[in-house]
Ligand binder design. Structure first.
Ligand SMILES: Cc1cc2nc3c(=O)[nH]c(=O)nc-3n(C[C@H](O)[C@H](O)[C@H](O)COP(=O)(O)O)c2cc1C
Length: 299
């Protein structure tokens, strides 16, 4: 790793580096469509895996493994597992949402360049459960941190990642010969994409919307009221303030390497309330003056 990447920076990153980190977070997307047929360079995939491997882990356990799945037939088998699991999940979905559920594209297993299954070896540091004696699930959480590192690094590289969880885990374990003590945590579809959507697909298609962040902040105890100034600050903040469009040192706008896609026009009619973070912030700001906060989450 180049020295400038490992040097201590007690004061934080400079503005451009900070913008880049936030930009990766705010423009990361779960990608199921728009995969290009291009292969993914091993050099790039290696960087993503290295980023994942530098995730935090309980007791420095590093419980992860990365199964790289390229074989088309095997991927077809995983897709069959997805299709079966989707049929099993469907009856559990509210009846009025089942038609929409059916229409949603929820995987890109065969279209993406490569699939990666990130697993958690639950016995990797057996006998030394530092941090896991009371909370044995911390190894799973650590693995999720690796997934998120992978996902953010991929966004920075212009690589799309889609997480497929609609798969029966025992069937996946059997298909990939995963031993009993190892848990498949994330099945990821990974590849170059033509674009990243500007909003989550599920928001575009009216399945859900981003919750107002001030409603999720509590003071001192669960449901604790207070922190009004903080909530007010949060409500004023837009993602675009925190991660402005990239500027080069001379200040000119630099177009993103992979374009951000605006949702299709007809989608806005579909999305209920089409409330995004910024709309939510605006509505909350107008209520902030009265000192009351809507309790959408805590009903
Ligand atoms: C644990 C986990 C499992 C997910 N499983 C699926 C899935 O099976 N299919 C799918 O289309 N998206 C899946 N997603 C993606 C979410 O739908 C997506 O993150 C969410 O809608 C927000 O969109 P964004 O990631 O583009 O911001 C999963 C995400 C997470 C974190």
């Amino acid at each position: 790793m180049p020295e400038h990447m490992t040097a201590p920076m007690g004061d934080g990153f400079d503005q451009m580096a900070r913008d880049a980190v936030y930009r990766a977070m705010f423009t990361r997307r779960d990608v199921r469509s728009h995969f290009l047929p291009d292969a993914l360079d091993d050099e790039v995939l290696a960087r993503l895996l290295l980023a994942a491997h530098h995730a935090p882990s309980v007791g420095f356990m590093q419980p992860w493994n990365f199964i790289v799945i390229r074989d088309a037939a095997r991927r077809g088998d995983v897709r069959d597992l997805f299709l079966a699991a989707r049929e099993q999940e469907l009856p559990e979905i509210e009846e009025e949402r089942q038609a929409l559920y059916r229409k949603l594209k929820l995987e890109g297993i065969c279209e993406s360049a490569v699939n990666i299954c990130i697993t958690c070896d639950r016995q990797r540091s057996q006998g030394s459960p530092l941090g896991r004696w009371h909370n044995p699930e911390m190894d799973l959480y650590s693995t999720v941190c690796a997934v998120q590192n992978f996902w953010l690094a991929a966004r920075a590289e212009g690589v799309g990642v889609g997480w497929v969880s609609i798969i029966e885990p025992q069937a996946l374990k059997s298909l990939l010969s995963i031993p009993e003590h190892v848990t498949p945590v994330a099945y990821l579809c990974v590849g170059r994409v033509s674009e990243f959507a500007s909003k989550p697909d599920l928001e575009t298609h009216g399945w859900g919307r981003r919750l107002p962040l001030p409603d999720l902040i509590m003071s001192e105890t669960f449901r604790g009221q207070g922190e009004v100034p903080l909530k007010s600050t949060v409500a004023r903040l837009k993602a675009s303030d925190v991660a402005p469009a990239t500027t080069c040192p001379a200040g000119q706008f630099v177009a993103p390497a992979v374009p951000q896609r605006e949702p299709p026009k007809e989608a806005s009619a579909l999305s209920f309330n089409s409330l995004n973070f910024d709309d939510a912030s605006a509505s909350l700001m107008s209520q902030a003056g009265s000192g009351t906060w809507p309790a959408m989450v805590l009903k």
